[in-house]
Design a protein. Structure first.
Length: 383
């Protein structure tokens, strides 16, 4: 045992990088199995990171964790947003996109309601920002808003991720059950609601396996992400708003994805690489969390997340009924709104809604594109 109290010292960078990458690999491995998807590979990975740090195996503070914020988060955002082609999103996502936009507005309403009903303490504005961002986009938007607002209290962030994951999983189970509620399903236009054949016929699929990976394509994607990050930071510094560099990187990445879709299509593995970096980011947050503070914070944050989701559904479903959306379209829109674009394949597989898979992914990509801006705006408004 070393003087700082941890088995792996804060200055042992390579050992800590090994732990963070190992934790990310463990999280992805968990999601290969039904139990891992059920309880969330992210949650299991973060729980292990919290255990390791609180047992003093890894430190709760280290330069490596700061490097994750400084380097990996901007790169992850650039990599993940390269697929955000606004032209395709607007042209191909149809009613799901409209339902998604309504759902995004209801998330903002739910966030305001949650702030009004609960005492979130000094971090109220930042919490409202990260929760609204993640429930419109996803984890990358959570990371972006936390970076822009300087919100780096790791115990609160870890508790937020935990509360978010639990609430999101409950939401997913709830919306999956909606087509089976006969009195509700009858009130919506008929269509694909009764089709519940699994997309993959019950065969387990490794959702993180790349069948066709081009190394030149991957390296081109990484080089592009580094270039976009450099340009974003340069522009933000030159315009006197360095704290908004993440938002500039977001805009640049969306512009590349929209203006150069053929070139982006020749890249390979950028979405998967971005997800790897997001997993490492979440592992680093968990590693710096105090378990007792996390336990104390989680209930109120779970209540906050629940209020947002309840308001979201309470407004989205009646509006969907009023505007004659199919229930399947509303369910897909709600899934990608609360759970991110990765929820689209899960919904399509569970219900057999093949025709909603691409619209769901595209709507989720739009959420990634706009979530950070909405989250930062809410945080600034409440500050």
């Amino acid at each position: 045992m070393f003087s700082d109290g941890s088995l792996i010292r804060p200055d042992q960078d390579f050992a800590l990088w090994a732990v963070l990458f190992g934790l990310a690999a463990f999280g992805f491995w968990c999601e290969r199995y039904p139990w891992g998807r059920k309880y969330s590979g992210v949650m299991i990975m973060m729980a292990l990171a919290i255990i390791l740090s609180n047992l003093k195996i890894i430190p709760t503070a280290a330069p490596v964790y700061d490097s994750v914020w400084e380097y990996l988060v901007p790169l992850a955002i650039a990599l993940l947003l390269l697929r955000a082609n606004l032209r395709s999103i607007l042209a191909e996502s149809g009613p799901v996109l409209i339902a998604f936009l309504i759902g995004s507005a209801t998330v903002v309403t739910g966030t305001v309601a949650g702030v009004s009903l609960l005492d979130l303490g000094d971090a109220e504005a930042e919490l409202a920002g990260v929760f609204s961002a993640t429930y419109i986009g996803g984890s990358l938007n959570f990371a972006a808003v936390a970076e822009v607002t300087g919100f780096k209290n790791s115990s609160i962030l870890a508790a937020s991720v935990a509360a978010d994951n639990i609430a999101t999983n409950l939401h997913f189970l709830f919306i999956l059950a909606l087509p089976g509620v006969a009195w509700l399903a009858r009130r919506f236009p008929s269509g694909r609601v009764e089709e519940t054949r699994p997309l993959y016929n019950g065969v387990a699929v490794d959702i993180h396996h790349l069948r066709d990976l081009s190394l030149p394509g991957l390296l081109t994607a990484l080089a592009t992400a580094f270039l976009l990050t450099a340009l974003g930071k340069l522009i933000a510094n030159a315009t006197g708003v360095p704290e908004y560099s993440i938002l500039v990187i977001t805009l640049l990445s969306i512009a590349v994805g929209t203006l150069f879709p053929k070139q982006v299509s020749r890249m390979s593995g950028h979405f998967e690489a971005g997800n790897v970096l997001i997993f490492i980011f979440l592992a680093s947050i968990a590693a710096t969390a105090d378990i007792w503070q996390l336990i104390g914070l989680a209930p109120v944050l779970f209540g906050f997340a629940s209020i947002i989701i309840i308001v979201h559904l309470a407004i989205l479903l009646p509006l969907g009924l009023l505007f004659k959306f199919e229930l399947g379209e509303l369910i897909m829109a709600s899934a990608v709104c609360i759970g991110g674009s990765s929820s689209a394949p899960a919904i399509a597989s569970a219900k057999g809604w093949r025709d909603l898979l691409i619209p769901g992914i595209l709507a989720g990509s739009l959420g990634n594109a706009i979530g950070s801006f909405i989250g930062v705006s809410i945080a600034e408004w409440l500050s």
